[in-house]
Design a binder for this molecule. Structure first.
Ligand SMILES: [Zn+2]
Length: 209
């Protein structure tokens, strides 16, 4: 009887540790983040905030958006507003193959320089044409990576002719899968200085270039 009561108390205590629990507070402080950011999209290692809906039934907007501050100990230098599907894809890539590629070079990724999340605009900032996936919270743009030895590698400088070209290409290649669309310098003139990743669904499978 006493043992069962004990077990119930322990389970209750554990249940209380889910969102915004003590570990997340410690992790947030270690990364220099505001103390009130907590686990988002069901992951304790993805820290951020849940926001109110963006947009009001128009073409642009996000339902249940989140603002992402850090993923698996990797800090985002600016915090994109995206949906959980996109945040989860970003987490799969960052904590999995992106870190594996860095590890192969004897380092880890510590920071992502995110240059775009939500934005109500058309593709490639053009005045007409299809709405960008950024306008739906499905997309994130990344321009640079900080590595654990302090090196900053950028899409514009390190895609070609750099000691880090192999790593940059591995980052790009491995995002294909977690994300349905991956664009980089080989795709067009609009992606010379950043990677575009999005979770739009296409009938014919992923588009990665
Ligand atoms: Zn983009």
């Amino acid at each position: 009887m006493i043992a069962r009561l004990f077990l119930a108390l322990i389970l209750l205590a554990l249940a209380g540790c889910g969102r915004g629990g003590p570990d997340e507070g410690i992790l947030a402080r270690a990364l220099g983040l505001p103390a009130d950011v907590g686990g988002i999209c069901g992951f304790d290692d993805m820290l951020g905030r849940e926001l109110g809906d963006i947009g009001s039934g128009g073409a642009c907007g996000i339902e249940d958006p989140v603002k992402v501050y850090a993923i698996g100990g990797v800090k985002l230098d600016s915090q994109p507003r995206i949906n959980c599907r996109t945040a989860t894809a970003l987490r799969s890539w960052v904590t999995g193959p992106a870190q594996d590629a860095a590890r192969d070079e004897g380092v880890l990724v510590t920071d992502l320089r995110v240059v775009a999340g939500y934005a109500c605009r058309r593709r490639n900032n053009r005045p007409s044409g299809r709405l960008s996936e950024h306008a739906k919270g499905n997309a994130v743009d990344i321009a640079a990576f900080t590595l654990s030895d302090g090196t900053v590698v950028t899409v514009s400088d390190d895609w070609s002719g750099s000691d880090y070209s192999g790593l940059m290409r591995a980052f790009h290649r491995t995002a294909c899968g977690p994300f349905g669309t991956v664009l980089g310098p080989k795709s067009d003139r609009f992606h010379q200085d950043h990677f575009h990743f999005d979770t739009a669904e296409y009938r014919s499978g992923p588009y990665c270039k």
